[in-house]
Design a binder for this molecule. Sequence first.
Ligand SMILES: Nc1ncnc2c1ncn2[C@@H]1O[C@H](COP(=O)(O)OP(=O)(O)OP(=O)(O)O)[C@@H](O)[C@H]1O
Ligand SMILES: [Mg+2]
Length: 246
Amino acid sequence: MAIGTGGRLGYINGMANSEKLLRVANVGLDYAGSAGNGPVAVLRGVSLELARGETLAITGPSGSGKSTLLNVIGTLDRPTRGSVFLEGRDLSQLGEAELAAVRNEQIGFVFQAHFLLPQCTVWENVLVPTLAGNNAKRAEAPARAERLLKRVGLGERMTHRPGQLSGGERQRAAVVRALINQPKLLLADEPTGALDRAAAGQLAQLLLELNREEGVSLIVVTHAPDLARKMGRVFELADGALAQCD
Ligand SMILES: Nc1ncnc2c1ncn2[C@@H]1O[C@H](COP(=O)(O)OP(=O)(O)OP(=O)(O)O)[C@@H](O)[C@H]1O
Ligand SMILES: [Mg+2]
């Protein structure tokens, strides 16, 4: 039987090009309630698509489930309902070891608190994620760490420990650590929440520059309107669902 090869290839290429980096499909998450109460639905059908290189902010009241959603996207939590697809792969079908590899190699995390190891230098901290994972990336890691640390203005701070850095410098080190394995997706939960206005503005600018330079997609949870406005799209999480803000 003759098959129209050209058409078939065109179809496959078309599929690959239109494949979103991330697709969150009708995700629900329940937390167990207190004694006597049923489960509490924190997320009630969240859907979202993110293309490669895109930037997106998630805002919403305290307790609305923003961190919960970021944890589900980042494979730290499994949804109760629905699925998260990364490059078309349904993460709910993966076992713990495969999820750990996705988390280590494809996704970078930045939190409000930097979570740097206090006894290690900046240099050692940013290389921690390269200890697990594939050898090719590990071989490139020292050169990449040096380049990125210089890029974020920490070239003179590589042998400092976190306690010897300012808050903004610590967050910049945390950003380099999140990017060291060349993730496709960077998830940031209130990354400027503990910074003063000047340092927060600087970090926001840096995240956007790295988004462009590294091609990494960005999802930022923030209460800061200044930071949210800088992202390509802004969503609000309320009553367990996302709505796009204009
Ligand atoms: N492990 C857990 N077990 C039970 N309930 C939880 C758990 N983690 C979070 N919650 C509840 O889920 C809801 C959403 O929490 P989440 O931390 O996602 O909110 P948030 O939007 O990030 O808030 P904030 O802006 O204050 O950081 C809250 O009511 C919280 O109490
Ligand atoms: Mg939170």
